[in-house]
Write a protein that binds this ligand. Structure first.
Ligand code: FA5
Length: 350
């Protein structure tokens, strides 16, 4: 640094210059990693400080004390600036990548939950599993055979008008339809297994239908099918009353009105006593005291024949109802479209 005899001025000037540079570098530092580097650069083994220190011995004796003082002052100032900066960086958290506090709770991720229809579907399936039923599923795009013919809707039968749907031309001579109900899975299940059969079938269905407060072109149903020896309508009445009471959480009364479905005989529409007014009559039940839930009936012998069951040996009942309707009834939801508009303010309430 200083060749022999250059004197104290050169050394003190060098220290002063280095000090100014160091202080400004320390002030500009934004991370403790660079601060460590600066510490090494200005106070470490290869620093100007070290070199000046070593040059001391080459100075005239009377020059040494002054340079010694300059060295101490330099060391103190730089060390103080580094310490101060260190504290500052720690308080402010330093650079994001610099300090990881593993004790901090994670940033709140908003958690979603199942859609109300899924919740209702699972609850109902649970009730039936508790009654000994199994769960079956089938395709949403099915053949005309499963959706209609095997269920005793012959081609051109007027009952098909009740469930108009979209036909898909598959170009191979077999029509595919968007299934209009979950009943085709009755047929698919019976084809696959021998009696006894106790299944429920949740699923999405489609109809050529105009959207209104209670009807949607896409909705969900839950189908039930019980086939065994000597199954009676009494079993059907009891099963329907049991699951409705379990779902609504109270002892509901049930009403069965004669109806028609090609695949059940006799057939009925079933209703529950209104859970809002207990049958007295209110706005929800249009002052009737009853809430229509779905359709049901004893499996038509023609359906058993279509799947190879002997109607002389087995009998059974089936039912099907809309999941949207059940959810609307239980939660007082006025329009079916609320389920499909993806408005989080609506969905997150349930
Ligand atoms: C059927 O779909 C029959 N498969 C039910 C059945 C099964 C009868 C087994 C006998 C034996 P229906 O078309 O009535 O029946 O519909 C049943 C239920 O689905 C209705 O009670 C209603 O709750 C619901 N539903 C029907 N159409 C719509 C729609 N467009 N939007 C919402 N829910 C609907």
């Amino acid at each position: 640094v200083a060749s022999k005899g250059t004197g104290k001025e050169k050394l003190t000037a060098l220290l002063e210059k280095t000090e100014t540079k160091a202080l400004s570098a320390i002030a500009d530092t934004k991370s403790s990693a660079t601060l460590d580097e600066l510490k090494r650069e200005y106070l470490g083994k290869k620093s100007v400080l070290k070199q000046v220190n070593e040059s001391l011995k080459d100075l005239a004796t009377e020059e040494r004390p002054e340079v010694g003082r300059a060295i101490s002052s330099y060391r103190e100032k730089i060390a103080a600036a580094i310490a101060e900066k260190e504290e500052k960086l720690q308080k402010s958290g330093g650079e994001p990548s610099d300090i990881v506090d593993l004790t901090l709770p994670p940033r709140n991720q908003p958690r979603g939950h199942y859609h109300l229809i899924t919740q209702v579907e699972r609850e109902l399936v649970d009730i039936f599993v508790g009654l000994g039923y199994q769960v079956a599923e089938g395709p949403e795009v099915d053949t005309d055979w499963y959706n209609f013919e095997a269920l005793n809707f012959p081609p051109g039968h007027p009952a098909r008008d009740m469930q108009d749907t979209l036909y898909v031309n598959r170009g191979n001579g077999t029509d595919a339809v968007l299934r209009t109900h979950t009943s085709p899975v009755q047929v698919r299940t019976m084809e696959k297994q021998k009696p006894p059969v106790y299944v429920v079938v949740p699923g999405r269905v489609f109809r050529q239908e105009t959207l209104d407060a209670r009807h949607s072109p896409v909705f969900h149903q839950l189908e039930g099918l019980a086939v065994d020896e000597s199954i009676t309508m009494g079993d059907m009445f009891g099963t329907i009353k049991t699951f409705l009471s379990a779902f609504f959480g109270r002892d509901v009364r049930t009403r069965f009105l004669p109806s028609f479905f090609p695949f059940t005989e006799p057939s009925a529409e079933f209703a529950a006593s209104c859970v809002f007014c207990d049958g007295v009559g209110c706005n929800v039940c249009s002052k009737t005291g009853w809430i229509e839930v779905g359709g049901c009936g004893m499996v038509d012998p023609n359906v058993f024949l279509a799947v190879g069951y002997d109607p002389e040996v087995v009998s059974g009942f089936a039912f099907g109802f809309g999941l949207e309707r059940m959810a609307m009834l239980r939660h007082g939801i006025g329009t079916i479209a609320s389920f499909y508009q993806n408005d989080v303010r609506v969905l997150q309430q349930f």
